[in-house]
Write a protein of this length. Structure first.
Lengths: 111, 113
């Protein structure tokens, strides 16, 4: 079984819809992250959480919100999706500042 | 603050040739440095990491990288490219104070026969 899982893997939605992407990890890590990947732009950090009560904005948090429901779960929400949020979204986890382990990604298309 | 610059968004080599992917970083604290690989339609997989131990770091699949503080570089190399090395490679930096990883924009490696 994968250590970091993301659901759904693919999602097509319409402008203005609320979308939630979910992430779970079984590695016992304290830190979790959400990134988006766009061609030519690499991975950009959206939000990160160092523990259940600690949420931090990343480089591109506008239009997104997150919830750390438990140490193992970290969800990303788009309150009102817009087409330029079409991207590949990755969740990751880490123990402290050590390497991050990534999920398989969620491909989101906003029409 | 940390930042990463990957020189060259696309590198093409022949099978058996040397692979060199360049990464320069900026960090106000001693950095942790990472190289990740992303194969088509997959997530990111750690290739290797530098965490202030040996400056020459060996990773998986024959890759290695050397931390050069004076040049603020962490270039990735492999002596002989294989077709299976074709992928996108990302360099990343993290400060020891515990910030999230900051990624470069990636370098796509193409390998021709």
């Amino acid at each position: 079984d994968a250590d970091v899982t993301q659901t759904p893997r693919n999602r097509i939605t319409k402008t203005g819809k609320r979308i939630m992407l979910e992430c779970s990890q079984t590695k016992g890590h304290d830190r979790m992250y959400w990134y988006r990947q766009d061609p030519g732009l690499g991975l950009r950090l959206i939000y990160y959480s160092f523990d259940v009560k600690d949420i931090n904005k990343g480089e591109i948090s506008d239009g997104y919100s997150v919830s750390r429901q438990a140490q193992a779960k970290f969800s990303l929400s788009l309150e009102s999706a817009i087409p330029n949020q079409t991207a590949l979204y990755f969740c990751a986890s880490s123990r402290g500042s050590y390497e991050q382990f990534f999920g398989p990604g969620t491909r989101l298309t906003v029409l | 603050a940390q930042s990463v610059t990957q020189l060259g968004s696309h590198v093409s080599v022949s099978e058996g040739a040397l692979v060199l992917l360049r990464c320069n970083y900026s960090s106000s604290v001693p950095p942790y440095l990472f190289w990740y690989v992303q194969y088509p339609n997959q997530g990111l997989q750690l290739l290797l990491k530098y965490t202030s131990a040996a400056t020459l770091v060996k990773g998986i699949n024959g890759f290695e990288a050397e931390f050069k503080k004076s040049e603020t570089s962490f270039h990735l190399t492999k002596p002989s490219a294989h077709m299976s090395d074709a992928a996108e490679y990302f360099c990343a930096v993290s400060g020891q104070a515990g910030t999230a990883l900051i990624f470069g924009k990636g370098t796509t490696l193409s390998v021709s026969s």
